[in-house]
Design a protein around this ligand. Structure first.
Ligand code: NI
Length: 202
């Protein structure tokens, strides 16, 4: 695998400043990915490492918005590390298919592990913290029955669906506890909010 301090310096230099997607998100995803990879011996660690470290640093398109990550862009970012072209290509492919919003199935085992690890970090206690941090940064209400952009709605739209979309056996196993914790959190949230369960928007 590659020298983590070099990869970290490269990634940190281009990471966005946002609490839900900061450098520590990458650290956590890398730990989760390594844990899953231990149960998937055929996964290529070099491809996985580059894919994880750079999965949230999408290059900006000239006209705004995000462009797909290319092997050439990664190679440029990773100069002077000498990374084989096929490793860069497979890492770029894993990055391009990992996002929930794009809804693409992973086309490789490394892509599946990246997707599972990234989604696990959106679940459980950390997922809850990230959800509200993201909502707050974008001016969204914690909860508002008249505003569907509220952060609690995001649990029903996305976070509670992540468990059933896990690709690896270890990902599924790790997702169970985190999913149960989010459900417990929501039960308590509604109890404190003073609403009956059936009143909430699902
Ligand atoms: Ni991510």
């Amino acid at each position: 695998m590659f020298d983590e301090t070099v990869l970290e310096a490269r990634a940190r230099a281009v990471m966005p400043v946002e609490s839900a997607h900061d450098w520590w998100h990458v650290r956590r995803v890398w730990r989760l990915a390594q844990r899953i990879a231990r149960t998937e011996p055929s996964a290529d660690r070099c491809v996985l490492q580059i894919a994880v470290f750079f999965h949230d640093v999408m290059p900006k398109r000239a006209e705004g918005g995000h462009a797909l990550v290319s092997a050439a862009w990664l190679a440029d970012l990773l100069t002077p590390l000498d990374v084989a072209a096929d490793v860069l290509e497979r890492a770029a492919d894993a990055i391009n298919t990992h996002s929930f919003s794009r809804g693409l199935p992973p086309t490789s085992l490394e892509g599946a592990i990246l997707q599972d690890a990234d989604r696990l970090d959106a679940m459980g206690a950390i997922g809850i913290a990230r959800c509200f941090a993201y909502g707050g940064a974008h001016g969204r209400p914690l909860y508002d029955p008249d505003d569907p952009t509220n952060s609690v709605q995001h649990f029903y739209d996305k976070l509670l669906r992540l468990r059933d979309g896990m690709h690896t056996a270890e990902g599924r196993r790790l997702a169970e506890e985190r999913h149960a914790f989010m459900e417990q959190f929501l039960q308590q949230f509604w109890r404190e909010w003073g609403q009956e369960q059936e009143e909430k928007k699902t």
